[in-house]
Ligand binder design. Sequence first.
Ligand SMILES: C[S@@+](CC[C@H](N)C(=O)[O-])C[C@H]1O[C@@H](n2cnc3c(N)ncnc32)[C@H](O)[C@@H]1O
Length: 648
Amino acid sequence: MKQAKIFDFFNLSPPESSPPVRTSKTKQRSKSNTAAERSVASFDLCQPLNGIVKRLSLPDSCVEKEQPLTDDESTEIISSANKPFNSIVPIISVKVERAKERSVTPTPNGNSSAKLSKSKTSNLSPVLSSTGGCNVDLPAEGSSILAAKANVAPQCSNDSPSIDAKQLGKNKIPNKSSAGGSGSKQKRRSTTTTPQKEYTVEAIEDIQRVGNSPVFFVKWLGYAREQNTWEPLSNVSSCLMLDNFLSDQLAWWQYWVERIQQKVKQSDNYLTSKQTHENGSKTFQEILLEHKQYDWNELRADLILMSKLWMNQQRNKSVWQRIVLNMCRELSFTKRRDQLEQLHRFENHINAHEPTLSIVVENEQDLDAPPSNFIYLRANISAEGISIPNDPPVGCECNPCNGRSSCCGKLSEGRFAYSVKKRLLLRPGAPIFECNKKCACGPDCLNRVVQNGGKCKLTLFKTSNGRGWGVRTNAVIYEGQYISEYCGEVISYDEAEKRGREYDAVGRTYLFDLDFNDSDNPYTLDAARYGNVTRFFNHSCDPNCGIWSVWIDCLDPYLPRLAFFALRRIEIGEELTFNYHAQVTTNNVSNDEPQDGSSGGGERMKAMENGADASSGNSRTSGNASVLNTKGVTECRCGSANCRKFIF
Ligand SMILES: C[S@@+](CC[C@H](N)C(=O)[O-])C[C@H]1O[C@@H](n2cnc3c(N)ncnc32)[C@H](O)[C@@H]1O
């Protein structure tokens, strides 16, 4: 599943202001308020309630006691089950937001309604009506709609009588004789023979069970209460009223619901499932499958049914097992939901600070959150005691600057660095001198590329083969096109040695030596804590990006900026990589192969250097991304045909 879709997936709760539009009798929402249909905000079953407070009262005559089941046994014993009902559940609070969610159609008698449509299909799939209520395709006669005997169904009864099986399948829809003489009667009657008419749910009034499954008592608009019908969950699952009904019921049964949830969380099945999530022994596909199977409405309905059972000191193994299963799924669903929220926040954070690139963040590999403790930079910063000069002593006078003018551009080995399309013309390792703040030219000067920022569309993603996060392009990048700059904190050599040892211990390094001029350069760029998207570029032995040293307003030879350019045309979807050990002799680029000795300061990336030997560091790292092979070097997983099999 693509992440964008997953965000839609989690944001499917109905909008408050604009009720969903029903276009035809075709099904718009295929099934139920499952995981997919719940918004992040309305997730918690027993969230603190505020707003209107109402008290539900229950006529004694409505209360029927659940008869003990003989066929099913549950595993739990309820010690506090015989508390008086009223002392347990004193007051129900109804959330104001929930009340707003209910898109209502005022009826002449002042009631609110939601519509149900009955289509010819016997597959009971609710769809939303333009009134904001729900349309349910009701089945033809003989299918599974349950009709209650007029004087059997209690309104909001708080015990849990199971519906007599004999009632099932009878009297599917109120017929002519029982429907009374309303204007809808004809419509309703004709539905039993031509099941394509719409019916309006006025209210969901009760929940009971048939055997082990929940059923809902539906009051139809324009029909007497005696003609209420019992509907299975699948028939009412996308009705907005169901959400309100279940929420109210859960609040009503909160005392028992909390105890049931507690008990489930101590059960072996639940603990095992939790463990498999925590130690990552479930594959991501298995986890996603769990989310698809998770039905929040079913869980809520079961919790209510189980509450009724518990209050009556009764048991039902099937309902219990379903609750355990759905709570396990909820666990994983919640983790993914939280992860997606974090990814989304991280994406917003990056894009808010990234001046020119556009970046999507996704993880379709595991439940890992995006890196925390990482501060996005627009430009290099310096550690204490180091200052980055920002006042170039000279600038050029030519305007416009181009290949024919003798200006800063020509300092780059006597050749203007960029083509008219602003593509890099220099060989790997050549220095780039862009026009600076002292130059007479304006911001559109051909020799101002790195300083104007890259314009790529990128995705930060979790790699599938243990290399941690990586970056791929969402649009073609052309050979020589500027991508972005490796930003970080400029630190001293000694500090880099110290930090390098720490990074080695976790198997990730973000240290980049600024040793363009000589290997004794006193500075290193560290992008571990401060950096930009390029800190996620992985190594490849067959890279598609190169890194060049660039001088703009800071002309200190020891403090170049590091700029990524495409080494070739990079296709949509390709990961952006560079060679962590590229070094450049005067004429060639070569790979720097680690020897046996230790570099002491840990793994470092090397820019394309101007003839200096890159020091080689043998890895002493371990961790989930970088793996030590038997020779003690970090295994490379770039997958290219010419892979050297190690990075450090
Ligand atoms: C600059 S970071 C790159 C971003 C990193 N993947 C992350 O998740 O933050 C360098 C680290 O990425 C990992 N890495 C990069 N390229 C790799 C490769 N080809 N094979 C294995 N691990 C790699 C190593 O752990 C290395 O220390």
